[in-house]
Design a protein around this ligand. Structure first.
Ligand SMILES: Cc1cc2nc3c(=O)[nH]c(=O)nc-3n(C[C@H](O)[C@H](O)[C@H](O)COP(=O)(O)OP(=O)(O)OC[C@H]3O[C@@H](n4cnc5c(N)ncnc54)[C@H](O)[C@@H]3O)c2cc1C
Length: 428
């Protein structure tokens, strides 16, 4: 008999499998309905031998040293600072909006944070009570920048106008008055040196862990004996959609390999206004792989498909809370991860949630899930680019003053400003 049946081999399930097996000597069966481990972070070498992320670009960033150190047991790292450009009015401009964005867009020569701040303030429209995402952005940067960078992107991403979305979606979208063009400002920013899947393989290589792929939990739940379950799939599915389906926004990924060495000036270019896709990512720029060809992925937001982004509307939270009440009243099952808790969590947050669940299960102190990328006024001296085969390095940034207090990770999470997280994240 297994001590634990773990449903889902993404970050939530795999971290718990690893901890329970290695720290509590539990016998674990981890299953996934897909034919691979690593969940949405899964990466693989495509037919041309280029390492690609099947479910869209995943960039690791966190302020939590504990989480970075935990994962460092299973991988070396390649320092990587993410930068995103948005195509607006025929130009490629830094996003999140910073002083360079403003100078290029308006043909200005603003030299200081104060000058930039004054410019944005002159454009901003005072709104007393920001109720919607539109209010938040317009009150910060004005209607024109809102229209150019946010409105179209948000409509594509969510299928909703920002005026229909909660204020919280854009409440933390950063706008910078300096020239920091990094997408994230977290202390630790890096990519697993040999990819995410390799890291998961190491995590799950304990003799107490058995892996079963291409298996839906319903196929085996009454067949294979276990004492407790960790469920990281959709919580509404677990309860047979008793209160109805929890709504999600989905994505379709179109992967392409080009017979050229480089396709984009940076790893990700956002298209807030043109095209049906929101962004294009060039994988070699994330992984540092050297190859004569290059692979890119286009992301097309969809209403139907795999569940990616919980919809940030109050009625969805209310519906989730009904399922949460059921989950809380279900003994012997632990609900962990983005689908089981209906949250758009970044990878580090899911790792934090899984570590906290482990501590709870074995009765030690509770560890909280890291905040969505706390504001961190740091600036690095530039990322060192090393080949995938190069030495392991940790991207730890020395703090220097001067950066404005904004954080693209939050925006990303909110999926509004574009960019990785952004897209994604809606929350995401
Ligand atoms: C496009 C996109 C880009 C992202 N980019 C970033 C990024 O740059 N940085 C970042 O930190 N985060 C990013 N994220 C978020 C990241 O993907 C998640 O934080 C992370 O994958 C969550 O891990 P999880 O284990 O909770 O869920 P998942 O990775 O989704 O794992 C859940 C697993 O459960 C399995 N499962 C579900 N139902 C069943 C069932 N009935 N039976 C068996 N198995 C089942 C699924 O197949 C899946 O493999 C991104 C997300 C998306 C969608």
């Amino acid at each position: 008999m297994f001590d634990y049946l773990i449903v889902g081999a993404g970050f939530a399930g795999s971290v718990l499998a690893e901890r329970l097996a290695s720290q509590a000597n539990k016998k674990v069966l981890i299953i996934d309905k897909r034919n691979h481990i690593a969940g949405n972070a899964y990466d693989h070498y495509n037919d041309d031998g280029i390492l690609v992320h099947k479910y869209g670009p995943h960039i690791f960033h966190t302020n939590a040293e504990r989480i970075f150190e935990y994962l460092s047991q299973f991988t070396d790292w390649r320092p990587y600072e993410h930068r995103v450009l948005a195509e607006v009015d025929g130009q490629l401009l830094p996003i999140p909006i910073n002083r360079t964005t403003v100078n290029k867009l308006y043909n200005l020569d603003l030299q200081t944070d104060e000058e930039c701040e004054a410019f944005l303030a002159s454009r901003a429209e005072p709104i007393e009570h920001c109720r919607t995402s539109e209010d938040v952005v317009v009150s910060k940067v004005g209607r024109e920048l809102y229209e150019k960078f946010f409105r179209g992107y948000t409509r594509k991403q969510w299928g909703l106008d920002p005026s229909e979305l909660d204020a919280q979606v854009t409440a933390r979208v950063p706008t910078r008055t300096n020239t920091d063009d990094r997408y994230f400002t977290d202390t630790f920013q890096a990519m697993p040196l040999h990819g995410y899947t390799r890291m998961f393989e190491k995590m799950l290589s304990h003799p107490n862990i058995k892996i079963m792929l291409s298996t839906d939990w319903r196929e085996i739940k009454n067949v294979i004996p276990y004492k407790e379950m960790i469920f990281t799939g959709p919580v509404d599915e677990f309860f047979d959609f008793r209160y109805g389906k929890l709504p999600y926004r989905s994505l379709e990924f179109k992967h392409e390999t080009l017979d050229q060495e480089q396709a984009l000036p940076v790893a990700v270019v956002n298209y807030p206004n043109e095209h049906a896709y929101t962004r294009i990512t060039e994988f070699k720029q994330l992984t540092g792989q050297e190859h004569t060809k290059t692979s890119v992925v286009y992301e097309f937001p969809q209403a139907e498909g795999d569940p990616y982004y919980p919809i940030p509307k109050p009625e969805c939270t209310t519906l989730y809370n009904q399922y949460k009440a059921l989950a809380d009243a279900t003994p012997g099952v632990h609900f962990v991860g983005r689908l089981a808790t209906y949250k758009y969590y970044n990878m580090d947050q899911v790792v934090g949630q899984a570590l906290a669940t482990f501590d709870k299960i074995i009765g030690t102190k509770k560890v909280s899930v890291p905040e969505k990328a706390a504001v961190s006024p740091t600036r690095t001296g530039g990322a060192t680019r090393i080949a995938v085969s190069g030495p392991a390095m940790v991207a730890k940034n020395p703090a220097t003053p001067g950066a404005s207090g904004t954080n693209a990770a939050s925006a990303a999470s909110n999926g509004i400003s574009g960019g990785t997280g952004s897209l994604k994240t809606p929350a995401p």
